[in-house]
Ligand binder design. Structure first.
Ligand SMILES: C[S@@+](CC[C@H](N)C(=O)[O-])C[C@H]1O[C@@H](n2cnc3c(N)ncnc32)[C@H](O)[C@@H]1O
Length: 299
């Protein structure tokens, strides 16, 4: 794709040129592990133009110097937020939720009722549809989950999208993936300015905890996770970054814990022994040690 052109009302300083795009790519890779293909240069320019406007800057060169500088910490986070792709939907790749309901949750229910601690993790949860879909499955199978030691951790690098996820509010289009019986049970309807919206009720929210977490930085959690969803996230990372993540995920999963990836994501061959394939993009932790493959984390 050719470099983006200036429109008549746009002067040259507001065009993200090849050198500017290279600077953005470097920051995105270093800060979030994101690999941005050159074909996305026009999209990056359009998304960052909004950051230029928000910061009151008039040219990309000054904006990037600010972002790269010592005072640019907050704007770096805003820039990453502008660059991430947050597309999500309820019960996306539904076969994972069928596996969760039918094969995983009955066993976890038994363990929880015997006093066990159960943790599920939605890593890269975006606007919350994934963890709330998990929570609906949990409450379908284990109605008293909130009274047991049963929780879903939902994390994302992007504070803006997490704030949205925490509201638990979705419009009609977003709710289209939620069957009516589940919608009626777990959401309450409101209407603002003539538009219907639904907000997750307290029962659903009580078993989900949202936290900001950058996957390429150290993880503060001490928990072991029985199920991890990390779907449509590592597709934006280089193979090298993905390779650093597989052993880290393996280390927070006990043997037989389940791991779900997005439809176009796969665990690369060298890390494959850490997980046994259980169907399309579905895995269970094997007994292989993750130590051999571990690489130093970025700090
Ligand atoms: C396309 S969404 C996937 C949402 C959900 N998992 C799904 O499949 O519907 C990708 C999410 O990954 C998040 N993300 C990207 N880089 C990340 C990183 N380094 N650490 C944590 N989350 C990251 C983005 O902010 C975005 O919300």
């Amino acid at each position: 794709m050719s470099s983006p052109r200036a429109t008549p009302s746009q002067d040259r300083a507001q065009v993200l040129d090849t050198a500017g795009f290279a600077r953005v790519s470097l920051i995105a890779e270093r800060e979030a592990g994101l690999t941005i293909p050159t074909a996305k240069q026009a999209m990056v320019q359009s998304r960052l133009s909004r950051r230029l406007a928000a910061t009151g800057m008039t040219d990309f060169a000054s904006y990037l110097s600010y972002v790269e500088g010592r005072d640019g910490v907050e704007e770096r986070a805003n820039m990453i937020s502008a660059l991430t792709t947050n597309v999500s939907s309820f019960f996306r790749e539904n076969h994972h939720f069928e596996t969760l309901r039918e094969k995983i949750l009955p066993g976890l229910a038994e363990r929880a009722r015997a006093g066990g601690r159960i943790r599920l993790w939605s890593a890269g949860c975006s606007s919350g549809q994934e963890p709330y879909s998990i929570a609906m499955c949990v409450l379908e199978v284990i109605r008293d989950a909130a009274r047991l030691d049963f929780r879903i951790l939902a994390t994302d690098i992007d504070r803006a999208i997490l704030a949205q996820a925490k509201t638990g509010t979705y419009d009609e289009r977003q709710m289209s993936g939620v069957p009516k019986d589940l919608r009626d049970k777990h959401f309450k309807e409101a209407s603002a300015k003539g538009h219907a919206s639904w907000t997750a009720n307290d029962g659903l929210r009580s078993i989900v905890t949202f936290r900001q977490l950058n996957l390429i930085e150290p993880w503060p959690m001490s928990a072991q996770f029985d199920v991890v969803f990390c779907r449509n996230v590592v597709i934006y990372f280089s193979e090298e970054t993905q390779m650093t993540l597989w052993p880290r995920f393996a280390k927070v999963m006990p043997k037989d814990a389940w791991f779900f990836l997005g439809h176009s994501e796969r665990i690369q061959s060298i890390a494959a022994p850490l997980f046994e394939t259980r169907g399309v993009t579905s895995y269970q932790r094997s007994s292989a040690s993750a130590e051999r493959l571990s690489q130093p984390e970025r700090t």
